[in-house]
Ligand binder design. Sequence first.
Ligand SMILES: [Zn+2]
Length: 384
Amino acid sequence: MCLLPAVNARAQATESFLGMQIQKAPHSGLWEGPTDYSTNLKPTGVVKAVMLFALFPDTVIKEVPRDIYNRLVPESQAFLGRVSGGQMQLKVDTVDQWFPMNHPTTWPGYDCSGFKTQKAYLAEVISKAAGQVDFHKYDVVYVVGSLGTGLPNSPTFIASPGDGIKVNGAEVRLGVTFGRDCRGANWGWQTLCHETGHIFGLPDLYLFGVPAKPYKNIHASVGFWDLMGFQAVGSPYLAWQQRKLTWLKDKDFAVIARGTKPITVWIRPILSSDRKGYAAAAIPISDSEAIACEVRQRDPVDTNPADTGLLVYRVSLKAESGHGPITILPAAADDLVPAQERKFITLYNALYTAAATIELKQEGVTISILGRREDGAIQIRVAH
Ligand SMILES: [Zn+2]
């Protein structure tokens, strides 16, 4: 889940993004402003990856590479194709064998707690596969380690140009080392799509450095509403993040600047196959913060348009990955029974599902929900 990018001071940008004049990215580059594609990967067209399997000497193998591939890849391909509206396709080749590693999972040199050790682990697998794989052909290298006691979770590897792993004239800069977590129940393909989201420049939306008990503390900002938060539910990325991924454009948002006349618009469900009309509203409240709203269903497998509601959230371009760049402003507090809490963790009642007036006094924004169409679209009036 965590991310270990190479530190890369980013040049100043002055791009216009959803009505905001962007001054500068934070240090790590993983934020809610425009993505720096000199380091991260643009998720359009065919994204080519290769998946390799690392066998550590301290494991007794009970898995075969093909089963791991099937656990992680096909549903990821379907998810990314669907949420991108067909704008990207993930292609994953594999070498259907284990590559034996020199050291056990407990060897500190593989611990993946820092860029150097993760690079060393990846570099060993890549060098062992170099006779069978032409790494020039791939944007991303996925490595799945065999399940030993020291195997860490699944961090993403992002190296700046020049800092990657050199192999036969190619440079591998982007990858994921899959570990223990992707074997958990409901924690398979979602892990691949979460980590690949980092490769595409998305920040973590769960919170770093907060007490883990109760567990919902970690997910207090966005809960399960975006795969970069609590991932098990498999929710699509929020509309703001889809703008960042370039799957949505500025024109897909009703951008409502301060001081304009109140505006009334329809917002379509985020995963609607009919992509006409607005996918979300963006209401900048400063050059680094905005309110956004979009039409969602709580459960991503639910296709009943009667179940849609309005999800309202605050976006901060000042907050870095893991420090609350997005905070959902829920319609109501949780009233979860234990089974629901296990599945959804928190922010279960975040959607506004009926006519309502949402007054954000501090931000000077009022959002009124006026009506709903048969296709699940919701009409809002925004005064700012
Ligand atoms: Zn993450």
